[in-house]
Structure formats: structure tokens, C-alpha cells
Design a protein around this ligand. Sequence first.
Ligand SMILES: [Zn+2]
Length: 936
Amino acid sequence: MSTDYRSTVFLPNTDFPMKAKLPQREPEILARWKKLDMYRLLRQAARGRVPFILHDGPPYANGNIHTGTAMNKILKDVVARSQQMLGRDANYVPGWDCHGLPIEWQIEQKYRKAGRDKDAVDIVEFRAECRAFAKHWIVVQSAEFQRLGVVGDWDNPYLTMTAAAEAQIAREIAKFAMNGGLYKGSKPVMWSVVEKTALAEAEIEYHDHSSTTIHVRFPIVESSLPALAGAAVVIWTTTPWTIAGNRGVAYGKGFDYAVIEVLEAADGSLAQPGERLLLAADLVAETCREAGITERREIARLAGADLAGTVCAHPLRGRGYEFDVPLLAADHVTLEAGTGLVHIAPGHGAEDYVAGVAFGLEVPETVGGDGLYFPHVPLFAGQHVFKANDSVADCLTEAGALLARGKLVHSYPHSWRSKAPLIFRNTPQWFISMATNDLRAKALAAIEELRWVPEGGRNRMRAMVEQRPDWVISRQRAWGVPIAVFTHKESGELLRDQAVFDRIAEAFEAGGSDVWYTADPQSFLGDDYDAADYDKVEDIVDVWFESGSTHAFVLEARDDLSSPAALYLEGTDQHRGWFQSSLLESCGTRGAAPYDAVLTHGFVLDGKGRKMSKSLGNTVEPQTLIDQYGADILRIWVVSSDYSEDVRISDEIMRYQADSYRRLRNSLRFLLGNLNGFTEDERLSADEMPELERWVLHRLTEIDDEVRKACNDFDFSAMFAALHNFCALDLSAFYFDIRKDSLYCDPLDTPRRRAARTVLDTLFNCLTAWLAPILVFTAEEAWLNRFPSDGDSVHLQLFPEIPAAWRNDALGKKWRAVRRLRRVVTGALEVERKAKRIGSSLQADPTVHADADYIGALSGIDLAEVVITSSATLSEGPPADGAFTLDDVTGVAVVAGLAQGEKCDRCWKLLPEVGDAGLCERCVQAVAAPGRPAAG
Ligand SMILES: [Zn+2]
């Protein structure tokens, strides 16, 4: 009959629950932070420290946040919090992008559904509706971001639609006006005839589109080459409607061209036997096949360069298109498709425009903003370009110019919003020149000096800035900041007068940019100019210019921030978006980048690696994940992902992260349970501790290095892996496992137990601090559990300073060997347990045969303690037959034996010393010792 000693064992005691219940607990912690005003406390705590400014790229205020936005905000929060805990003042001010087409589109849709005509609504009223729409979503998104645990100045965020922001944006435009960078040009721009606006690069998507293709004859009217007399040039185009804007034909200087005579044509072919056609030699066979030319002969072969000076008639000559069409050498001609001869419509393509300008061709305006041909366009006036292809082909047929027609499915630009196909259209627009004031050169120089994480961002950005055309900053829309400038009615000259710009900015500052539409223009022009002589520009500025100016109206304008920012952090698509617009805006007005470093992350895909989309039905909403798992698990998902690439999310992935979380929570719970009642009197210095404790302290110096390096490299997956593996492998499966016996059963004042508790105390302080930027809620919960407080928080702590003296590489090496040997013993005992020869490891008495290196490594170490057996024997030399070995650990073999003696009723070790009372000597002492707190 044994005595029940359970009440004398010092079992862990904590009310820190094993079950996290994060979906319920996190909102309580959030409420506490709100009450404490955690953001202000963080600012006070960091007063006077070196600032670290992560400048928030503004999300767009038009819907609930999605997983991608959640990942972005969590990453920013982990960066800011870790920098703060590294000793910086990491002030994070969130912001929102409020203007722009998507919101305007929503309001227009609403009008359409209600049968209202948008153009009949007063612009200020319309803008007020857009403003209210943006405001609504800012409130919604702010709550969603805060629920993720993101700390920042949520009470005072920046918005691109405040009067102060709009005034500064107007000042930035004025800077470009004054320094000559802003100019009014006429260029073909990507134009949406549905939204009636020019679109930026970032607003364009490519989708397959079925186009009518035509082969067209251009009769040669002038040439020095006899072979071309009476022949026609053949071009091929996928946009027949652009024929009305044709002013030239391009050829490749280095290609060979053939003049062929048609001998026979198939039934229904538009080719005429006897006619002569000029086209690239390599494309003759393909073109003849498409045109139904069944027999031909080659009359002559010409070098591309010989075509210079050749002139054609427009194929619709005699029908209003009387001009000559010269053949011109251009680099954009290829032999991939078509005829090697490309028709040039300078108003309807980027390359066409460049070629047109280079050769002094007219850049005609043929198509209006609504997609209709202007009234002055012969044959097609008033027709919509998307419906004109057939009528163009018919007119060409009547004129005898059409050689063939067909269909082609190809990748074609579409509006990202309306999904409607786009056209290149020649329009008057406002541009920022990449050449003026060496803007391109300045931006390229800045790119070389900045830090890019990952480094590949530098090349990507360089390539984009090297190639980009001038920046089209005008939009023919209503919801945005006006390009608040005047042009002279007669000369068209831009009015450059700082006093005028200052008056405009002051008016915006006082009343917002609506005043551009409501105030008398004379009030801006002052006494020096007569409003009757000037046109007020009605365009608004590209939203990318607005967000590209946040460094001016946020970083420079706020007393608690400054420019340049330490870091801009967004998805990789922002190389062509915000990173670039900010760089160009700042280089154009200040000559330098507004940031020191750029960090990019990938996009969120579903579990199978597919893009998420509503139509696929594979979207995962952050709110759903928070309700099911909690924000801390979502944060683990973010930091443990390789976010330099696209990252996946699925239920399976989240369950895996929840397992990681449970291991970390259990480690914290173990610490809290075994630190119950810990007092400073118990504390031992490192040199008074057993080697095992000193090894843990040594590991802390290594983890500290890893954590600090990972934070400064923004490599949080490395940081999380280091912390998780430390908790799971070094602590739970090793240190805690070994020390449970001492913590539970040693007399209270034994040095071994005191050393262990001292180390647990250090571990607790380190782990709660290191995990705080990631597990913002759980670290706080654990920390408050140990240090209850009304006004303090783990987030107000710094990462602990780990004494350098704890570093002991020799000890690290020695214990790596000990742990290798231990793995063999554990393996041997597992075999015994499976064979039911033992129950617990305390029933075993293994004999470990090891080579001299291991014997050396184990000097001074209690082998039985480390392998958690009642006793153990170490023996140098070759193993006995049948000993247990592991393939990857040479020099260690284990023979598992059975422990001798009686089982101690208190600690369950089998020891010969256990006497009649059923206790080992240690347990006798422990039970008799005074001052023992009641075990829980
Ligand atoms: Zn005992």
C-alpha cells in the first residue's frame, strides 16, 4: 500500500489556459489596448529614440479588406513592432487612397440603376457622394485592420481627400509646372471609350479578344524602282478602324521584300490574276494562302533599304482620303506575322506615334472620347470604332483595296475596371516629362543607391524606369484633385506664376479642391491676369500622382514623421505603381527618393496555387479566418510564409499554423506554470548553474543574434522558424523534458531547481518579447498573466539584452554531441516501450557504448538525468551484439536494461535506495523541507 504523495509534488500551477480561444480573447485584449491608448504609450516610450518610419502605402477605400491586404498590413505591423522593440521609435501612420475611378464608377453605377444621368448632376454634389462612399469604407477597413492587431495612429490617419492633402497635391503639380516638367501634349494614350478616360499602365489588363483582320492594298504611286511600277504594297492589321487614321507604311530596313505577280486565285478570293504585290519575301507563302492566291510568280526581289522614297496612295483615295502615304523605315516591323509592311496611324499607337513624329507625319485626331469618329472623318463620321470594322472593310472592298479578311484571337488591352477593350487615341493630355530636369537620370541614380528587399526589385524597377514613356497625369474625370492650372486661350501656353499657384493652394487648404469648380477663376488669377483670357483646366490628376505625393503631405507635413522614410513595403505590383510614382514625384520635385529601402511581397494564392477570384469561388476572407482561428494564427501564417514569392492559403495550411501556435502556447504555459511563486531570492547567477542551464543561456545568445538579424533583414520567416524550433525542439522536447523531474520533485531550495527556475524566468522574458511582434495577442496575454498591470504591456518592452558572457561555443558543441547521443538512447527506449518491456523511461537502465569523443563530451554530465532514466551506464568501447544504433549517429550503441530497485512513490524513479516509506532519499528531504507551498 503506497502513500499518495501527489500533493507534495511541485506541479506547474497557472491559470494561463491551454486552450487559446483566440476569437473570443483577442477582442478583449484589443479593448484593453484601446482603453490604454497603446499607440500613444508606444510613442511616449520611444520618445527621443532614433526614428524608424515605415510609410504606409494607402489601400484603396472601396470594399472590405481581403487576404492580400491583411498580409500586407500584418507584415508592416511586424516590421514596425520589431523595430520599436529593437530600440527605435517606429511610428506607423496608416493612410487611405480616396480618389479615383473605382469609387466614381460605383457612384455612376448607382446612378445608372436609379435611371439618373450623371452628367446632369452638379459636379460638387457628385464629388460629395464619392467622398461619403470613401469615408464609409475607411471606417470599415480601419476596424478590420485593427482587428488584425495592427497598431498605428488609427485616430489620425492620413487621407488623400483631406483639404490639406489636396492643397499639397496641387502644390506638387505646381512645382512641375514651374520647373518645366509639366507640359500639355497630344499623344495617343490608352483610352477607355466606356469610362471615357485615359488609363494608366496599372489600370490595364490583357485578355484574349477576337479581332477582324484585313489585308489591304496600298497602290504605289511613286518609286524609283521599275519593279514597283503598277504594284501595290500589302499591309495587314488587326484594327481595321485605324485605316481612317493611316498616314504611312513602315518597312524593315534589313528584310528582303518580294514583288509577286498573281497568276491564279481561288473562288471567292479578292486577289486579281495579273496584279502585282509587294511584301516581305519570308511572308509571301503565308499571305498568299490567306488571300486565296493559288499560283504566283516572283517578279523581283528587293532589299528593304531600297524601298526608301517609295510613295503610295491611301487605299481610300478618291473617297476623301487624298493624301500620299510614304514608305518609312521603322524598327518595330517584324516578320512574326502579317506582311512585313505595317500601316502607321500616328494617332492610334505608341510606335506609330514615335514613327509619325520622327518622319514629320500629321497626327490626326479621328476619334472622340466616346469612341465615335469625329464629324470631319470621311465615310465613317459618327460611327463607333468598335462597330466600324465591317464598314471599313466594305469601303475598302468597294475601292478595290481589300485583299483578304479574317479573324484573329489575340491578347488585347482592356480596362481593369469595366473590362471593356481599350483603344489608342490621340488626345490632348498633361504629361510629366521624363527628360526635363533629368528626371529619368535622377530616378535611375536613386534606384542604384536604395536598398531593395529582395534585391531583384532593383533590376525590375530600373528596367521599368529606363523604358517608361512620359507620365500621363491627366484624367477626364470628376473624383480627384484638379490639375489646377490655367492655359492661355490663344497661345495655349501654360500660365506659370507662383503667386497664382499659391492662391490656388491656399484656397484648397481652406475649402478643399471643390473650390476649383465653385470659385470665380479670377480669384485665383488675381489682378495680373484677366480670367477672360484663360482656360481653367478641367482634368483631374492621376491618383498615382496623389499617392506618389504622400511623402509631401504626410512624411514632410506631420511633426511626428519625416522624409525620407526608412521603408516602403507593398506587393510586387507596386514597382509600376506606388514605388514608382513616389520615386518620380520626389525626384522631380526634390531630386531624391522619398524612401531608403523598398520591401516587396508576393500575392496570396489559394491552396492549389491559383489566383483568388470571386468567379472561381476560391477566395478566403480574413474575417472568416479570424472568426475560426484568431488573428494570431493569421499572423503566424504571414510571417512563416516566404512572402518574397506568392504565398498560398487554405484550411490545411491554417490548421498547420494552428499546430505551430499550440506548441508555442504550450511552451509559454509551461514557463508560467513552473514559475509559479518565483522570487528574486531564488535567482542564481550563470556561473552557479549546472551546465544544462548554461547551455540554454548560450542558446539564447544565438537566438538573440538570429532574431536581431532577421528583424533587420525583414526576414520574419527565419525569425519565426528560429523561435518555433527553439521552443519545440530545444525546450519542450529537451530542456523542459529533462528538467520536469527537478522542477516537480527537487526540494525547493536545491541549486539545481533554483537554476532551472532562474532560466525559466529568463526564457519567459525573452520569448514573450521576441514573440510580441508576431503573436501580439498571445504574448500580451502571457505577459499580463505573469505581471498583472493596469498600464503596462509586453509591447512597451524592448528585446532583452542578452549578456555576451553567456555565449559559450564550446558548450554549444559539447551539447550538440550530447543530444545526438541522447537520440540513440531515446530510440532504444522506444523499441522497449513498443515491445512492452518498459512503460516509462524511468523503468530503464540503459548501457551506452560510445567512442572516446562522446565519452569526452559527457564528462561531468549525469547521463541518467539527460536521458530521463532512473540510472544509466556509460561505457567506452565497442558495443555488445544486438545493441541499438541509429544510421546517422556513428560511435554510439545502446543496450536497454531494466532499472533495479523499488519505485519511489513520489518521483517514480526506480532506485535501490528506496526504503520502506516508499521514497528515495531526495524525496524524503523534499517532503520534510519547510516552507513548501501547497502544490496546485
Ligand atoms: Zn523520489
